[in-house]
Design a protein around this ligand. Structure first.
Ligand code: GLN
Length: 209
């Protein structure tokens, strides 16, 4: 399967390395695609929007014409995982902000909800269907409102991992600790959606190429 990572800024290499580790250690057949234009977006079976700077990633997504195509893909059922800044971007709204969010998952977030860089921390949390997981929070957003989502993990009572259909949102960084279980969960979402690699299905985005 082709798994895309929005590849402008942020934790791009970290997600890539973890997916490659899954290929090596667990014999998953993931072809990682760095997505920076509509052509590469059009061949992915699943998409990761990494952590980094949400304003920067938003501007580049818009500049390179990916904003509407990502929304179209999500509507077609292609799994999308947003981590940290990526969650800010996929959220329904983020009231204080200069970014227009993609509105793919029914949560409202507050950027840098735990404070600035110096307030970054990691904590062991309990994730549904996975169990204990070391979660790294770096200027993480706080999810302030949840709508029709399933909450998969909480920290201090507040949701930190949420799922709505084919969309997974995470306030922390699952790509930083070498623990690949959340990425595996995401690959399973892609597998269950029945979407398989290029050549075996129609390009959903062909009109944008
Ligand atoms: N606070 C950052 C932002 O919203 C996100 C930080 C991160 O992704 N680690 O841009």
């Amino acid at each position: 399967m082709n798994v895309g990572i929005i590849g402008y800024q942020g934790d791009v290499v970290e997600h890539l390395e973890l997916l490659e580790k899954l290929n090596k250690d667990y014999k998953r057949e993931v072809n990682v695609v760095l997505v920076r234009n509509v052509r590469t977006l059009s061949i992915v079976d699943g998409l990761i929007i990494p952590g980094g700077e949400s304003t920067t990633i938003y501007r580049l997504i818009k500049e390179f014409g990916l904003f509407d195509p990502i929304r179209t893909m999500a509507g077609q059922g292609i799994p999308i995982m947003g981590t940290c800044a990526g969650l800010v971007l996929i959220s329904k709204d983020n009231p204080m902000e200069r970014v227009r969010t993609l509105d793919l998952i029914d949560v409202s977030v507050r950027r840098n909800g735990y404070g600035r860089q110096g307030e970054s921390f990691y904590e062991n949390i309990d994730v549904d269907e996975i169990g204990s997981f070391d979660a790294v929070f770096i200027r993480a957003p706080i999810i302030e409102r949840v709508g029709k989502v399933t909450v998969l993990a909480r920290y201090n009572g507040s949701p930190v991992m949420v799922k709505e259909g084919n969309i997974l949102g995470i306030t922390f960084h699952p790509e930083l600790t070498g623990d690949s279980r959340i990425h595996e969960m995401f690959l399973d979402m892609i597998g269950m959606g029945g979407s398989i690699s290029i050549g075996k299905r129609e390009f959903p985005m062909v009109e944008y190429v």
